[in-house]
Design a protein around this ligand. Structure first.
Ligand SMILES: [Zn+2]
Length: 336
């Protein structure tokens, strides 16, 4: 049954890709997401009541995100969950299985289904194979009990509140995710800049009022899919301190390229000329950059315009950095 679900997802994903190619170019993320839900949403939970959640299903949405935002296949998954604010796809199956268990417990004692559930819990906890093992493990972690004891487990199940349990599982997921992000940032990993931009999880990164090509540029930057040396140095194992800017004698970080490097000064000046009067209190391009991206909602035209120009700046700097990396562009010819 689990294998059927996986094959079903493979087929649905293929269908999804076909449907997306029929859309006109530059379709919004929300459109793609609706088609994802319609093709993969249900199939990904197929049989979840009995076979339970299977984390291998999660890869389909990760693949979908990477393909939509044109990200590298090695784009960090933590960054994608952080930016989209989504939970792993298999969480729905946990919910379905917990709801099913709750329903079965309401059956009369002499019903076959309830007997099967009781038997499964009583005997199953001692064995490795139990049909509701996966969901119960999640329940045990968030409710902090040993699911290996059938008595405790039954007590917990009797009072099971599925909605509450699911929010506990989700909170736990967010906490662990933030912890990993902090650890990655502490060792200057690939999520370092993402965490500088969003020390708190953004609520609406996928819903930003932006044309799709600018949203893609933002996602590329925040998933470390750019061509600054801090990233390209990783590809060939260059030591962190030796990933120097092609134009300056300092480590080529995102922050260096966007706000310091003279190579991008013309880009900076152009964008600053567009935005300097929109929010004078922000004073610099750097503060505008972080303030705009961290803003949760964009109600006014000024907010939208600022967001547009800041992401346009990102788009151009990423493009230039890629061209420099590929050897098709030299930004400061007088240096050579
Ligand atoms: Zn530089």
């Amino acid at each position: 049954m689990a294998a059927h679900r996986l094959t079903g997802c493979e087929k649905a994903y293929f269908k999804l890709k076909q449907q997306l190619t029929n859309l006109r170019p530059g379709y919004a993320f929300s459109t793609a997401e609706s088609i994802f839900e319609a093709t993969l949403g249900g199939i990904s939970c197929f049989g979840a009541e009995l076979i339970g959640p299977d984390p291998s299903i999660d890869k389909f949405r990760l693949k979908f995100w990477k393909s939509h935002f044109e990200l590298k296949t090695n784009a960090p998954h933590d960054a994608l969950y952080y930016l989209t604010g989504s939970y792993p796809l298999h969480f729905r199956a946990i919910k379905m299985q917990l709801q099913f268990i709750k329903k079965l417990l309401r059956y009369p004692n002499d019903s076959l289904l309830k007997a099967a559930l009781v038997d499964s819990v009583m005997n199953g906890v001692k064995r490795k194979k139990v049909w509701l093992r996966r969901a119960l493990k999640h329940l045990a972690v968030v409710k902090n009990f040993s699911w290996k004891s059938s008595d405790i487990l039954f007590d917990e199940l009797k009072n099971l509140n599925v909605t509450k349990t699911m929010s506990l599982i989700e909170v736990k997921f967010q906490e662990t995710l933030a912890e990993r992000l902090r650890a990655n940032t502490a060792r200057s990993g690939r999520l370092f800049f993402l965490f500088q931009v969003y020390p708190k999880r953004p609520l609406t990164a996928t819903r930003l009022p932006l044309p799709p090509y600018l949203l893609k540029a933002l996602f590329t930057l925040l998933t470390s899919g750019h061509h600054f040396r801090i990233e390209t140095g990783r590809w060939n194992g260059t030591a962190h301190d030796e990933r120097l800017c092609p134009y300056c004698d300092v480590v080529d970080t995102e922050e260096h390229s966007f706000f310091v490097c003279p190579a991008f000064e013309p880009r900076r000046q152009l964008i600053w000329s567009k935005i300097e009067n929109l929010r004078p209190e922000w004073a610099t391009l750097k503060s505008s950059f972080f303030n705009v991206l961290r803003q949760g909602v964009f109600f006014t035209d000024t907010d939208k315009e600022l967001l547009f120009w800041i992401t346009k700046f990102i788009y151009f700097v990423l493009k230039d950095a890629r061209d420099v990396h590929n050897g098709t562009l030299c930004l400061l010819p007088y240096l050579y």
